[in-house]
Design a protein around this ligand. Structure first.
Ligand code: GLY
Length: 344
């Protein structure tokens, strides 16, 4: 399950779509909460379908796909067969790491709609999320290659994706030979200089786990700066569910993105654990405020509607006219994850 079309029909992803791990991941969280065996059997089934991804390196999103499904499966069951698949996936992801750039290639520049952009080595802010799998693979195998690549990617992104106000560009295109940043653009935001809401959320989430995994203070500082950018933004609505882009030209007459809000809530729950005192309390309270707001109208669907998705009002990609103001599997995943973290 991926989303719902305007005509009410559910859309689904094949296993190679970047979203394929979110439904199995949600099932694992729901099983962890309920201990319901039917949910466990379904989680096992939907996770197993993704097994071929361990050898896939056609795009960068395998971190999302396998960490959300197999990562939760291993965390909850302790079954090392899940862990082996995570490690093999990390090896496949490393095929997209170019040491001359010091970052993982997001999209192949010579295929699909990306080709028209003329990019050489596009790296998107979302790619930061794949690093969690590399940190885990390093921990599981003792092979520091994964760790070093993750740190290099995080540093390179910190250097080139972020503006002085700690908002981030969506796409940075590099020279694959010299590693020089050539273009700063967007694919899912608007315009190129904008702060696409989900991109800011990915950055916040990822620099928080980069700090947790490495203990490097620069990542904590980065996460806190991003949190500040988001939470103090004059165009963040009172309910803290962002518009799809902080710089969307038609604010307030445009769409909210519940998926960005859910990711921010989950990230803030983590950031609260990495910080102390009033700062920590503020992050935790803000995460709680966001999930409480998502739990009410207009965001939460009534039981039996919305094709079973929990949340309404997310945006996939407005510039591509794709999935606008709809439910999305990843909005539900990060919402459930935020609830689980806050409960703990
Ligand atoms: N990684 C794609 C997205 O956030 O839409």
């Amino acid at each position: 399950p991926k989303s719902v079309e305007k005509n009410g029909r559910m859309t689904q992803s094949d296993i190679y779509d970047w979203t394929s791990g979110f439904f199995p991941g949600s099932l694992w969280y729901l099983y962890e909460f309920s201990k319901n065996d039917t949910l466990k059997q379904q989680a096992i089934h939907w996770t197993a379908l993704l097994k071929p991804i361990q050898f896939f390196s056609g795009h960068h999103d395998v971190g999302f796909m396998i960490n959300c499904s197999y990562g939760n499966a291993f965390r909850i069951t302790g079954d090392t067969a899940y862990r082996s698949i995570m490690v093999q996936t990390a090896k496949s992801l490393m095929k997209r790491y170019n040491p001359k750039v010091g970052a993982i290639l997001s999209w192949d520049a010579d295929k699909g709609w990306q080709k028209e952009k003329g990019w050489k080595y596009p790296v998107i802010i979302d790619n930061m999320m794949n690093l969690e799998l590399l940190f885990k693979a390093s921990q599981y195998t003792g092979d520091s290659t994964f760790y070093k690549a993750a740190v290099s990617h995080a540093d390179k992104t910190m250097q080139h994706h972020f503006r002085p106000d700690y908002s981030s560009y969506h796409v940075v295109d590099y020279d694959p030979e010299t590693g020089e940043a050539l273009h700063h653009q967007t694919a899912q935001g608007s315009p190129d200089s904008s702060a696409w809401a989900r991109g800011q959320a990915w950055g916040l989430y990822a620099y928080t786990f980069c700090y947790r995994e490495t203990g490097l203070k620069r990542y904590l500082e980065q996460a806190e700066h991003i949190a500040q950018y988001i939470l103090q933004h004059p165009r963040l609505p009172a309910d803290k569910v962002p518009y799809w882009d902080f710089d969307a030209p038609d604010i307030p007459d445009t769409y909210r993105d519940a998926s960005a809000a859910a990711i921010i809530a989950s990230a803030l729950a983590d950031l609260a654990k990495e910080t102390k005192g009033d700062t920590s309390a503020t992050y935790r309270q803000t995460a709680e405020t966001i999930v409480k707001n998502l739990n009410n109208a207009p965001y939460r669907a009534t039981l039996g509607t919305n094709q079973g998705f929990i949340l309404k009002h997310s945006v996939g990609s407005l510039p591509h006219q794709n999935e606008i103001d709809v439910p999305l599997a990843y909005a539900d995943y990060y919402y459930i994850e935020a609830l689980m973290k806050l409960r703990k």
